[in-house]
Design a protein around this ligand. Structure first.
Ligand code: ATP
Length: 296
């Protein structure tokens, strides 16, 4: 009979990019990035169970996602078990809330939650650095998803610096239904920079704004070099941005490689009105009102 030996709940927080810059291409073909990351209260929930029946089994609330080694959460469990020679079974259930393929690092965050959760359950065999080294094998954003909060991410995303917490505000996410492949977006970016002057973020100015807790400078400096590329593929991004601006957002930007657009508001009334507007449109399924998450 299958006996459950222990149970643990881990939260996987979504992230947005307050800025995203590409500095160049590395010899291995990866893009060298410099981005300011911020985690959100919006999260998936991972339930982990250790059982006396060997092997990893997974279930997921989203039937469109794989529940085998194609799922990053499953891969994270397999990697942890291989590394620490775990012979018991792992049962994991993923309750999905973060939109998939949205530029919100949902998969990376699920992987990070599994690593963090299993490390906790097994009495912390890995230090924070060792867990991050495991994480980067699963994806460039996983080390950040282990760290959370406000951070500068450099290299391919694995070089992380903790930043002063971004000023608290309301964050409205609006994701168009159409998706775009991350690989395609980076390829198109490489082509576009050959012919076009792309606006780059002033990352140092944003870092100063964070140090000073200066919300106005922060929201006016939001910038993502991939935004014009993804907007070329998903024109809804421009429509959503314009509406959010009209609805009084303090700052609006596409997150990651998109297509989710986020809008920051200091005013609760305004953000509620904007949310109510989008909930009456075709974008309702991709509309989420949330706020920044800062770890303790
Ligand atoms: P990023 O911002 O890091 O580019 P994303 O938010 O654009 O990530 P994800 O939601 O992580 O994208 O998913 C990208 C793809 O990865 C999906 O098409 C999905 O099939 C696959 N995938 C694997 N595991 C997961 C998971 N746990 N949650 C979501 N997608 C997953």
């Amino acid at each position: 009979m299958n006996a459950i030996l222990s149970t643990h709940t881990a939260y996987a927080y979504a992230k947005i990019n307050l800025s995203l810059d590409i500095l160049g291409t590395l010899p291995n073909g990866y893009h060298e990035v410099r981005m300011i990351m911020q985690s959100l209260q919006l999260h998936d929930t991972v339930t982990l169970k250790i059982s006396d029946t060997p092997g990893i089994t997974m279930t997921c609330s989203d039937a469109s996602l794989p529940v085998d080694e194609h799922n990053l959460a499953y891969r994270a469990a397999a990697l942890f078990c291989d590394t620490y020679h775990i012979s018991e079974g792992i049962e994991l259930h993923l309750e999905k809330k973060i939109p998939v393929a949205a530029g919100l690092a949902g998969g990376s965050s699920d992987a990070a939650a599994v690593l963090r959760g299993l490390n906790e359950m097994y009495g912390k065999p890995a230090t924070a650095d060792e867990l991050a080294a495991l994480g980067v094998k699963l994806g460039a954003d996983v080390p950040y998803c282990l760290m959370l909060g406000t951070a500068l991410s450099e290299g391919i995303g694995e070089r992380l610096t903790v930043l002063p917490a971004a000023p608290d505000c309301h964050c409205l996410l609006v994701k168009p239904a159409a998706g775009a492949s991350t690989k395609q977006i980076y390829t198109d970016y490489d082509a576009l920079v050959q012919t076009t002057d792309i606006k780059h973020p002033d990352t140092d100015a944003l870092l100063s704004a964070l140090s000073a807790g200066d919300y106005n400078t922060l929201v006016s400096g939001l910038c993502n070099v991939l935004e014009p590329v993804t907007t070329g593929l998903v024109p809804d991004i421009a429509v959503i941005k314009e509406r959010l601006q009209t609805l009084g957002a303090d700052g609006v930007l596409m997150s990651g490689s998109g297509p989710t657009v986020f809008a920051l508001f200091s005013d609760l009334e305004k953000v509620k009105r904007a949310e109510a507007h989008f909930l009456q449109t075709e974008y309702a399924p991709g509309t989420f009102l949330t706020s920044f998450y800062q770890p303790e």
